[in-house]
Design a protein around this ligand. Structure first.
Ligand code: UN1
Length: 512
């Protein structure tokens, strides 16, 4: 039981200052009173920072545009050298960035270090990619002609990130955008300005060390108006935005109105099916991490468990038993598995969700109560909750960014798939089964309708090598690995005539 006091705000402040200084970030240069950097560990304010004005955003975009003019013709493998250097700096400063992630997002040590590892991994991936931005050559229907495609840099990419993966999502976008020849203006969450300053300092150092054009990576701090300026800028051909579906609804039409491109990674309401053939030890173990890890604050968090009705009681019993043992508390403390919620609003939403679920006939089988309220009155530590639901009611179909796992039951497999898909979001899904035909059916065209679909793995914790993103209200964007890079480039189809004669496609005859 985590009753020990949490790390004091003064210690946290000192630790943040040390990490920022080691990364080379200029905290003093950002001093101000528009944004308050806080820590969910105690809920206290750490530093006051200035916000970038809309004019500052314009200047950042202009700086990134200027850098783009040089960067777009820098050979891609040389662009890779910059990202390689960034990867080295991230390796060197893995502890520092992880400290800031723990301080601002409340992640436990292992998850904070894992997030930085995800950044290092995407740098490796992008360096390899810098020699693999392949275009195809297609057979031309005309004699003496060559038909091919070339991928060119797009321009300035606006990257908008959320508090819960304050640095990895920036790295997915930035590492790939940079090797693609783009430049980046980053608008981090208001809740995590310090991690952003540290990462942007590391990128600046990598730029200086490799002789890349200054200005190709910019950071702008601020609230919604800062983001809006970036979203509306005609000089930003691609906006990659991660956050709530509500944010995506605001961003997407604005980008579309100016014919910009958007990569959206929005809400998830991820489910896993536990079939009667499942290995229950594995399923329960995986579900506990997926549902309660990161205090339920991943877009891939497991929010719904769809269990065969014959197994519902043993599964819920095992889960509640596991939940009772979960150490909730200071994420800096060794052994803690569940850190704090990001703020009071998250806690209020969690309580509202539990009240609505109960009103719909749900039974809270574990958790939901606040912890450490005396030791840290400004922080919001909660026990992750399990709610047995009689049906997939409206509250279950919404994403609540907190650790609430709704357990539903099914009788036949088609019903399980129907329940799985019957939510507005489509990010990640999983199935626990030892029956190959169930697994294959879940992966098939009439199976799970998400962008990420797993077998015998929870819904969270994807590797960077695959494309990351989802369907429906999740926004349809793909970031990170596989061929997600194509969104960051423009494709030119080229036909070259070396025949010395005019030959028209489709056999058109225009002879005079
Ligand atoms: C997010 O929560 O926005 O798959 C990203 C995962 C992580 C990324 C989550 N690799 O859970």
């Amino acid at each position: 039981m985590a009753t020990a006091a949490v790390t004091g705000t003064d210690d946290i402040r000192t630790r943040a200052q040390t990490a920022l200084a080691r990364c080379g970030a200029d905290l003093a240069g950002y001093k101000g009173d528009a944004i308050t950097a806080r820590t969910p560990i105690t809920g206290a304010a750490l530093f006051g920072l200035r916000a970038d004005t809309p004019q500052d955003v314009d200047r950042a975009v202009e700086g990134a545009r200027t850098a783009f003019r040089t960067w777009r013709t820098t050979p891609a493998p040389l662009r890779g050298a910059l990202v390689k250097h960034l990867g080295h700096l991230l390796t060197e400063h893995q502890q520092d960035i992880a400290d800031l992630v723990t301080i601002e997002a409340g992640k436990i040590r292992s998850e904070a270090l894992g997030e930085v590892q995800e950044m290092i991994d995407i740098c490796d991936f992008a360096v390899g990619l810098s020699r693999q931005l392949y275009g195809r050559t297609m057979p031309s229907e005309r004699p003496g002609h060559r038909l091919m495609e070339t991928w060119h840099p797009l321009g300035v990419v606006g990257v908008i990130t959320a508090f819960n993966f304050p640095v990895a999502v920036w790295a997915w976008n930035t590492a790939v955008a940079l090797v693609c020849g783009d430049t980046v203006v980053w608008k981090p969450s208001e809740l995590t300005p310090l991690t952003a300053l540290a990462c942007s300092a590391l990128l600046d150092r990598a730029i200086a060390a490799t002789g890349a054009p200054a200005g190709l990576g910019q950071v702008v701090l601020g609230a919604a108006d800062t983001g809006e300026r970036l979203v509306d800028s005609h000089h930003v051909p691609l906006v990659s935005a991660t956050g709530s579906t509500r944010m995506g609804r605001a961003v997407a039409p604005r980008v579309a109105a100016r014919f910009g491109r958007a990569v959206l990674e929005l809400g998830g309401n991820n489910a896993a099916v536990v079939t009667s053939s499942a290995d229950l030890d594995l399923a329960v173990d995986a579900a506990v991490f997926a549902a309660s890890g990161t205090a339920g604050q991943r877009c891939t968090t497991l929010r719904r468990l769809i269990v065969h009705e014959d197994l519902a009681d043993p599964v819920v019993d095992r889960l509640t038993h596991a939940y009772r043992q979960l150490p909730v508390g200071d994420p800096f403390q060794a052994g803690t598995l569940v850190g704090p919620l990001v703020n009071e609003a998250a806690y209020t939403r969690m309580r509202e969700t539990l009240d609505r679920a109960t009103a719909d006939g749900g039974t809270v089988r574990a958790g939901g109560e606040r912890r450490l309220a005396e030791a840290a009155p400004g922080a919001y530590y909660v026990r992750p909750a399990i709610v047995r639901m009689p049906a997939q009611t409206a509250v279950v179909r919404e994403e609540t960014f907190a650790p609430v796992l709704h357990v539903l039951t099914y009788r036949d497999f088609d019903e399980a798939i129907a329940l799985h898909n019957d939510v507005p979001q489509g990010l990640s899904g999983g199935i626990f089964t030892t029956d190959q035909s169930e697994a294959e059916r879940f992966l098939a065209a009439d199976g799970a309708d998400c962008g990420i679909v797993n077998v015998n793995i929870g819904t969270s914790g994807a590797e960077i090598g695959g494309a990351f993103g989802g369907e429906k209200e999740t926004g349809g964007g793909r970031e990170s690995g596989s061929d997600a890079w194509r969104s960051y480039m423009r494709r030119a189809t080229n036909t070259v005539n070396y025949s010395g004669r005019v030959a028209l496609a489709q056999g058109v005859d225009f002879s005079r």
